[in-house]
Design a protein around this ligand. Structure first.
Ligand SMILES: [Zn+2]
Length: 425
């Protein structure tokens, strides 16, 4: 009886906490889902699937404890997940007394995903298992002609899937350096690709027979980071900032990806930071991205060399890439380090804008610049300290380039349909 009362008190405390923490979300009377018994089962099933992914190998008793569901409910749902091959049983645990538990695992081979990360110069492809582990990868040039690119990409996807005939695939996730109209699947804004109003979805679905999910690269990276389990359990507000030829921001607030009207939310890279600054590819002047992207660092290095050696030296730097600047800085080149410092200063100014405007728990920076994090982090932190409002609680973290965050983001687009919350009300 005491246990039951304590249980009731815990439940009331949990519900009160949830109500206080809950974001106000209006019921959309033009697009709502009424609650059904099937929906309750679906939600509980996804909760258990996520708990197995996080704690595997895990026993049914531990799932009961983690979820707060009745033991019998956990038993019914895990049997369903086993019969549908989303889970599999592994080793038998050792207990001093009583029935020995059989541990549950995610059946990683149950369903694969094809991830495609398009960048302005190269496109990476990867085949991943249900637990986001890559089992095959490929890289192709992106090129200028969109039709040529689509047929080369489609052939490459089909070849990759044929190399693993035992796998079944849940779909293809494509992350793009631009904004996508989710309803039509068309790329509507991508200055670094010069492909406008392009339909990537229809021809790739026709060539591969799989559903295609398109998304902006920063949004995809934010989804992958939020679902990675790297952070604390309560990361509901996370931004991913992709820095390359452009700057994109993926926004997850209250656990939900923010797309905005027309899918254009997150274009902070085109918010002006400098009056009469350098001309941006979008046509405006002084945008954040034109001051803080990889191209800006190369320009700052050229400025340093020209200031030191005269204008004639400018042609010697014309062919340099951002990777060259990183290599020079690693070798101790002072001008390259100064160029990275200038880029970091402007990155910090933009990140301060994001912290002030959206107050996320974490901002994850994705891009080659993270290779020089020991150089750029102190500069970014100095700007954030100077511009902080109240006590800053946002943490700025570099993504690990070795984990291929863009490709992982593309895979997350497919896998989220199995692990994310279903739409309710
Ligand atoms: Zn711009």
């Amino acid at each position: 009886m005491l246990d039951t009362r304590q249980g009731q008190r815990d439940s009331v405390a949990k519900i009160t906490h949830c109500l206080r923490a809950a974001a106000v979300r209006k019921i959309d009377l033009n697009n709502f889902h009424v609650a059904t018994n099937g929906m309750v089962r679906d939600i509980n099933s996804r909760i258990l699937l996520n708990l197995v992914r996080k704690h595997q190998p895990v026993s049914r008793a531990d799932l009961t404890r983690y979820s707060g569901l009745q033991r019998s409910t956990v038993s019914v749902i895990t049997e369903q997940l086993l019969s549908k091959r989303w889970l599999k049983e592994g080793a038998v645990g050792d207990l001093p007394r009583g029935r020995k538990p059989t541990f549950l695992h995610l059946n990683a081979e149950r369903c694969g995903a094809v991830g495609v990360a398009v960048q302005h110069d190269i496109t990476m492809l990867g085949l991943a298992t249900l637990d986001s582990q890559f089992i095959a990868q490929e890289t192709i040039p992106t090129g200028k002609d969109p039709d040529e690119f689509i047929s080369r990409l489609s052939r490459c996807i089909v070849d990759l899937m044929r190399s693993r005939p035992q796998m079944t695939y849940g779909g293809i996730g494509i992350s793009l350096p631009g904004r996508v109209d989710i309803s039509t699947g068309r790329l509507i804004f991508a200055p670094s690709l010069t492909w406008n109003n392009l339909d990537l979805r229809t021809p790739i679905e026709a060539a591969t027979g799989l559903p295609v999910q398109l998304e902006n690269a920063a949004n995809a990276c934010a989804l992958a980071e939020a679902g990675s389990g790297k952070y604390t359990d309560h990361v509901n507000n996370l931004l991913a900032v992709t820095v390359s030829q452009g700057i994109g921001v993926g926004i997850i607030l209250h656990g939900q990806l923010v797309r905005g009207a027309g899918g254009m939310a997150g274009e902070f890279g085109h918010v002006a930071q400098m009056l009469h600054g350098p001309r941006c590819r979008c046509g405006n002047e002084g945008c954040w991205e034109v001051l803080a992207n990889n191209v800006a660092a190369v320009r700052y290095y050229t400025d340093e060399v020209t200031a030191h050696n005269g204008r004639g030296s400018r042609r010697n730097t014309a062919q340099l890439s951002f990777n060259d600047i990183l290599r020079l800085a690693e070798k101790g080149d002072i001008k390259a380090s100064k160029a990275l410092n200038r880029m970091a200063y402007h990155l910090g100014e933009g990140l301060a804008m994001l912290v002030a405007g959206l107050s996320p728990d974490f901002i994850v920076v994705v891009g080659e610049v993270t290779r020089a994090w020991t150089v750029v982090e102190p500069v970014i932190n100095e700007v954030l300290e100077r511009r902080q409002l109240g006590g800053r609680c946002t943490r700025i973290l570099p993504s690990d380039p070795e984990t291929q965050p863009r490709l992982r983001g593309a895979v997350a687009l497919v896998l989220q349909k199995y692990f994310s919350a279903p739409p309710v009300s």
